[in-house]
Ligand binder design. Structure first.
Ligand code: PMP
Length: 390
């Protein structure tokens, strides 16, 4: 009989993937389903990036890459961040950067603080690496952001990392310069705590974005910045992300990566170099597209009885509260998951319940979809809720 390792206890396919699969199943049964559940831009990978990949493959850049990443790409990442090449690792997606960092640094029982709502994979990656996620709820009335006093109260001698995600998946929240500085001031009293700043949505900001590296220079010797091409350049399938941090950490992450993948796909790395050195106009155009969708989504959600939605500062997600539709406020649904299941069955709209992000009573709607799809999804959502409440 197969023995499933204890390190996988409680770890299943992410709820986001499960919902996408449920939506696909309903579609295969002939149902008309609108998925607003996935964080994958509908826009294509830019043509010049695809051409660079083609050229790299024809040029024979098809051998094992250096474990830490193709030197030209690492050098460009370092140049843009005013860092050293040795401080950069390129991995198979930002997700592997995070996994490398946790596997490289956590011993059993080490604690990792994550403000909720957090990207679903953070807690599972930490658990797989033997660590203990310490989840701190950050409700809508504090902008879904961690307060310095919450951070101070949660730190123990076992705390190894604070995970910050700005702009956030799923809330869209962006930490301001002052907010980052206030958190850094707490951390100045706790030198054993490192910071993982996941800035993969940095180019999709609707309010001013500041990198943790700039806002808290004092953290430089214990800061890992995570970034990648997946979101801003619509390159989810190319699987390229990178980490920037102190050389000793990067070396340990390269050691992990060397035993797991031997390095990221060489062709995709050359394509990513073309993305990074391409015109910034493309990023601005895409940001404008998402900004328009964001306005549509916030207005549409706030027009639904029982829902309350704050405008996201960045990324392509809205994270409204559905508390007004739940039983403890006299509504028809037990919880956020019950609401999302009903909506998929009844109206054919796929959303992700807030519990997947550590903050129940909400749901995530992705606007990485065509405007027509979003508008149709919002109309169905409104009609279904009104029907249910009538
Ligand atoms: N961080 C966050 C916050 C994300 O939303 C995602 C993708 N959903 C990732 C990291 C992983 O990105 P990649 O596809 O590059 O692995």
């Amino acid at each position: 009989m197969f023995h499933r390792a204890n390190r996988l206890n409680g770890i299943e396919l992410s709820e986001i993937v499960q919902i996408s699969e449920a939506a696909a199943r309903l579609r295969s049964e002939g149902r008309d389903v609108l998925a607003l559940s996935t964080g994958e831009p509908d826009l294509p990978t830019p043509a010049h990036v695809v051409e660079a990949a083609h050229a790299a493959a024809l040029d024979g850049k098809t051998k094992y890459p250096p474990t830490a990443g193709v030197l030209d790409l690492r050098a460009e990442i370092a140049r843009q961040a005013k860092a050293e090449v040795a401080e950069v690792i390129v991995s198979t997606g930002a997700k592997q950067v995070i996994a490398n960092a946790m596997l490289a640094s956590l011993d059993p029982g080490d604690e990792v603080i994550m403000p909720a709502p957090y990207w679903t994979s953070y807690s599972d990656i930490v658990r797989m690496a033997g660590g203990t996620p310490v989840i701190l709820p950050c409700p809508m009335d504090q902008g879904f952001k961690l307060l310095p006093e919450q951070l101070e109260a949660a730190i123990t001698p076992r705390t190894r990392w604070l995970m910050l995600n700005t702009p956030s998946n799923p809330s869209g929240a962006i930490y301001t310069q002052d907010e980052i500085a206030a958190l850094a001031s707490v951390l100045s009293r706790h030198p054993q705590v490192w910071v993982l700043a996941d800035e993969i949505y940095r180019h999709l900001s609707f309010t001013p974005f500041v990198s943790v590296a700039e806002a808290a220079p004092d953290l430089a010797d214990r800061l890992l910045i995570v970034d990648g091409v997946a979101k801003a350049w619509s390159m989810t399938g190319w699987r390229i992300g990178w980490g920037m941090g102190p050389v000793e950490l990067i070396k340990a992450m390269v050691a992990v990566q060397g035993q797991v993948t031997s390095g990221a796909c060489s062709i995709a790395q050359w394509a990513s170099l073309a993305a990074l050195t391409g015109s910034a106009d493309l990023l601005e155009e895409r940001r404008a597209v998402f900004s328009e969708r964001r306005n549509l989504v916030v207005a549409g959600l706030n027009a639904v009885p029982g829902l309350r939605c704050a405008a996201p500062d960045g990324a392509f997600y809205a994270f409204p509260s559905c508390a007004g539709l739940l039983e403890d406020q006299g509504g028809p649904f037990k919880n956020d998951a019950d609401f999302c299941t009903w909506l998929l069955e009844d109206a054919g709209v796929a959303l992700v319940p807030g519990r997947a992000f550590g903050l129940p009573g909400h749901f995530r709607l992705s606007f990485a979809y065509a405007q027509d799809t979003i508008a149709a999804g919002l109309a169905r959502l409104k009609a279904a809720v009104e029907r249910k409440l009538s």
